[in-house]
Design a binder for this molecule. Structure first.
Ligand SMILES: [Zn+2]
Length: 204
C-alpha cells in the first residue's frame, strides 16, 4: 500500500512519492463493486431465511477471498456483501487492500473484520511508530523503516527457507505465503517479470 503521512491525530495525506509498492501495479485484479446496478433476478436460496443482520455478521467473519467468491454467486449475493458496512468502508477508502490481497492470493488468510480493524489502526505493529503501509501477507500495519529493513517483512523463496531454517518441503505448505505480481518494486524500481511464490519470513 502507498506511503501515507500522519498530519495530526486524525488527519492523513498520501505522499506524492513513487515507492513502487503493490498498489502502484496496474495489473492488480479489478473490482466490479458498484458497476452492476440491475435488480437481482434470483435470491440466495436457503440463505434467504437467515436475517440480513445475521448474514452480514457471518460475511464479516469470512475471509476476503470467500467474500469475493460469494459476491459472484449472483447479483443478490453481491448486493448483500456490498451492504456490509465494514466491507463498504474498505471498498470506499482502501480498495487497493482488497485488490492487493486477491492479486497475491492472500485473501483467504484474514477476514473482512481483520482487515477493517487493521485499517482503523495507525501504528506500526513492529515498532509502534506511525505505520503508513499494510503488509498484506499477514495483514499487519507497518512503517516504512520496518517495511524496508526488518527481516520479518522480507519474504523468502522456498529454497531459501529450506536452506536457512532446515525445514522439510512438506512443512512449507503450512506457512503463510503469496504469489508475487510482475512489476517494479522498492524505491529503486527493480523490475520483477515472473510470478514467484514467496514465504513469510517471520512464520518460517
Ligand atoms: Zn515500524
Amino acid at each position: 500500500m502507498a506511503a501515507i503521512q500522519q498530519l495530526s491525530e486524525s488527519t492523513y495525506t498520501f505522499l506524492s512519492i513513487i515507492d513502487h509498492t503493490l498498489d502502484d501495479i496496474e495489473s492488480l485484479c479489478r473490482l466490479d463493486n458498484g458497476h452492476d446496478r440491475r435488480v437481482p433476478c434470483y435470491g440466495l436460496g436457503s440463505l434467504e431465511i437467515v436475517p440480513l443482520e445475521v448474514l452480514q455478521m457471518i460475511i464479516l467473519r469470512l475471509d476476503i477471498q470467500s467474500i469475493t467468491h460469494f459476491r459472484r454467486v449472483n447479483r443478490r449475493a453481491g448486493l448483500v456483501v456490498d451492504q456490509v458496512p465494514q466491507y463498504k468502508q474498505i471498498i470506499v477508502h482502501a480498495p487497493a487492500s482488497i485488490r492487493g490481497c486477491l492479486s497475491i492470493r492472500t485473501g483467504f488468510s484474514f477476514s473482512c473484520q481483520d482487515l477493517y480493524d487493521k485499517l482503523r489502526t495507525t501504528n506500526c505493529d513492529s515498532c509502534g511508530d506511525f505505520g503508513g503501509y499494510l503488509y498484506l501477507v499477514t495483514c499487519r500495519r507497518v512503517c516504512f523503516l520496518c517495511f524496508t529493513e526488518k527481516t520479518d517483512y522480507l519474504p523468502l523463496l522456498r529454497s531459501d527457507v529450506i536452506r536457512k531454517f532446515g525445514l522439510r518441503p512438506k512443512y512449507l505448505a503450512k506457512l503463510p505465503s503469496f504469489k508475487s505480481v510482475p512489476g517494479r518494486y522498492s524505491s529503486r524500481g527493480i523490475q520483477c517479470r515472473r510470478r514467484i511464490t514467496l514465504i513469510d519470513h517471520s512464520a518460517a
